[in-house]
Write a protein that binds this ligand. Structure first.
Ligand code: IVH
Length: 675
């Protein structure tokens, strides 16, 4: 028999599951959040703790079961209970009208009104969720429409997908729910920023990012990706009685599935066309990509009478906007060696106009991607411009031309002839030579254009100086003489004098944080360089610090901290720092990079939760104005943890463990000398 303690625990676990699941529905389905993220986290942690203590209380629909499981083998193939079709597309108003005519003719009976439902066509990937007695049993990709891949563990990590159906009445039997998994643009941009900061290749578009995230062998990676989901239909649906698609959308929402809020029902094809046209501009306001509008005949009776042709329903069309693509000859695949030694292929194209812009180069990703898409030098290829992004080569425009071959990365670096490596598990090839010109040259170019922003010395000059072996490192640049510049084409007395003056001026003008940025440490961008400068104040303090100490800096995790420590542990790098310091560059924080002097100088605070009187930024500013530092994580050195409403549980626990004093908002006010 269960002890009373277990019974209470069981009741509390059920309550927590209910509260958390409701919160997820409120957020994802109703778009009306009922609690702060921090509150969600606290309750979530409580449930985790309960389930750890009483493993028998764990249920498959517990929100804690979304965190991912260890790596699985290849995905199992599974058959959908009913096939997943695909849609024929139309691209003009006339084609929509013609289709609607055909629909009316096929339905035969004069006067039989046809209503349509319009939904944004989400550019993600279609999935099929199988629920048995209301509980998610399996989730699969669409695959070929008949058979897909079992990605249940990964789908379970997506919070917008209910693990159990909501609703007062229990649904018994089997129901297939269909919809689109996608990555919101905000999440996509953040993901790419992170990948770039970690020196990894960014994903080309949200669709790829979503597909790649869903096919991860390690679902903890999927769990960390910002994926979401809209439901747009059902397959097999035992015991569920629905007469129209519009009713189905309502039914889905009532059972906890998010449906797109912009779905609408119209009663004439004219209205349908009008909406499709309006969406072409409206789509830019959305935080996700849509590549068209799906038009569906609303009535299921009418859908059935219309039927399908080769898995493509006659009762639906995808209205798609004309794509920004063109066909042109791919003259050559070129290689650029980046600042960190990564080999970046790009396409040199026969110039072609795409959506009003002449395009002569396009990005390519890596060897595997190029060959998977069948892109070869000498072929005619499809070039695409997606929005304002750099053009991409989509694939060959037809069969390969005679004499073309699969693309191979060079085996040796085009700049220094060192043998190229491809680290295990990475998509990119790299030149491992740390003295490779790519690193020096690219570092120099980015120095004069970025951190130092030197007028009169740009990429072209740096390239020439490099080729003539006049400048091969940052210190060389500061040793450059006017006479040497005068030997170059394009420099006269005035321009050479000016360039030397500008270089001279940059010596002391560039603040410490930008010098750090210019050192080209992998993963350190503008913001992190600034945080490092502010935190350590001198390069000597930074050199002396351990990875653990660096990890305390806002924005750093253990990996980045390790990379920075490693960089400064390297003798050559330290010699570079000394050389530059000797030349007068700044390795100490300037006044605006230093915390202000004040009564709280020397103390460090962390803020968590929501404060009543201030925003977090305001509180940070006021603390800093009194001389305090404000950091992102609690350590033994933290002077105090300021706790607002719904604080982060991990910060609280850490502070308690490290015996860091906990301050309320009232305590903070008295620090500020207010009551
Ligand atoms: S309905 C019989 N509705 O478009 C197929 N599809 O080829 C019924 N898609 O694979 C599909 N948004 O990935 C439908 N609101 C929506 C959609 C949608 C995106 C995708 C889906 C499907 C493809 C159609």
């Amino acid at each position: 028999m269960a002890s009373s303690r277990t019974t209470t625990a069981s009741a509390r676990a059920a309550e927590l599951r209910d509260i958390l699941n409701r919160a997820l529905i409120a957020y994802h389905v109703k778009d009306e959040p009922v609690m702060e993220d921090a509150a969600y986290d606290v309750l979530f942690d409580e449930l985790v703790a309960l389930e750890e203590e009483h493993p028998e209380l764990l249920t498959p629909d517990s929100p804690t079961q979304r965190v991912g499981a260890p790596a699985s083998e290849r995905f199992r193939k599974v058959r959908h209970l009913s096939p997943m079709g695909s849609l024929d597309k139309v691209t003009t108003d006339e084609a929509v009208a013609k289709w609607a005519d055909d629909v009316r003719k096929r339905l035969g009976r004069e006067g039989d009104a046809v209503a349509y439902v319009l939904e944004p066509k989400i550019d993600g990937l279609a999935i099929n969720l199988t629920y048995r007695d209301g509980v998610l049993e399996q989730g699969a990709t669409r695959g070929d429409g008949v058979e897909g891949e079992d990605v249940t563990v990964n789908l379970r990590t997506i919070r917008a997908i209910p693990l159990a159906m909501a609703g007062k009445k229990k649904v018994s039997g089997t129901v297939e729910v269909r919809g689109e998994v996608y990555m919101p643009l905000s999440g996509f941009n953040a993901l790419n920023e992170r990948l770039v900061a970690e020196d990894k290749k960014p994903t080309p578009n949200p669709r790829n990012a979503a597909a790649g995230s869903l096919r991860q062998k390690d679902s903890t990676i999927t769990a960390a990706r910002p994926l979401s989901f809209w439901a747009y239909g059902i397959g097999v649906h035992e015991g569920v009685d629905l007469a129209t698609h519009w009713e189905t959308l309502t039914w889905l929402r009532e059972h906890g599935f998010p449906t797109n809020p912009f779905a609408e029902r119209v009663e004439s094809v004219e209205e349908a066309v009008e909406r499709c046209v309006a969406w072409e501009t409206r789509r830019r306001e959305l935080d996700y990509e849509i590549d068209g509008i799906v038009i569906k005949v609303d009535s299921y009776a009418q859908q059935e009478r219309l039927g399908a042709l080769h898995g493509r329903p006659r009762w639906s069309r995808a209205f798609k906007w004309a794509p920004l693509t063109a066909v042109t000859r791919l003259k050559k695949i070129m290689i650029r060696v980046g600042r960190t030694g990564a080999l970046n292929p790009w396409a040199l194209l026969e110039p072609v106009e795409v959506g009003g812009v002449t395009v002569s180069r396009a990005t390519l990703h890596n060897e595997e991607d190029i060959n998977r898409k069948g892109i070869r030098e000498g072929d005619d290829v499809i070039v695409q411009r997606a929005g304002d992004v750099i053009p991409q080569v989509v694939g060959p425009a037809g069969p390969h031309r005679k004499g073309t071959r699969e693309f191979r990365m060079p085996t040796h670096c085009p700049l220094c002839n060192t043998e190229i490596v491809k680290p295990e598990g990475e998509a990119m090839h790299r030149c491992p030579n740390r003295a490779c010109p790519s690193r020096g040259l690219e570092t120099l170019i980015s120095w004069v254009e970025g951190p130092a922003d030197i007028d009169g010395v740009g990429e072209q000059t740096v390239r020439t100086l490099w080729e003539k072996a006049l400048v091969r490192s940052l210190p060389d640049l500061y040793r450059l003489k006017k006479e040497q510049l005068l030997e170059l084409d394009g420099f006269g007395e005035i321009s050479a004098t000016n360039a030397i003056q500008q270089i001279e001026a940059s010596r002391t003008r560039v603040p410490f944080s930008r010098v750090l940025l210019g050192l080209n440490i992998s993963g350190i961008g503008w913001v992190l360089a600034q945080n490092l400068a502010r935190h350590f104040l001198t390069v000597d303090a930074l050199i002396a610090s351990s990875p653990e100490e660096i990890a305390e800096v806002e924005g750093f995790g253990p990996d980045r901290a390790e990379a920075v420590a490693e960089w400064f542990a390297d003798e050559d790098n330290r010699a570079l720092v000394e050389d530059l310091r000797g030349l007068g560059l700044r390795f100490e924080a300037g006044e605006d990079e230093k915390p202000r002097e004040g009564p709280l100088t020397g103390s460090t605070y962390v803020i968590t939760g929501t404060l009543e009187r201030f925003s977090r930024d305001e509180a940070q500013e006021r603390l800093e104005a009194l001389g305090a530092k404000v950091t992102g994580s609690v350590s033994a050195k933290t002077t105090g943890l300021v706790v607002g409403e719904e604080p982060g549980a991990s910060k609280l626990t850490k502070a308690q463990k490290a015996e860091v004093p906990i301050l309320s908002e009232a305590d903070l006010l008295s620090l500020f000398g207010e009551s």
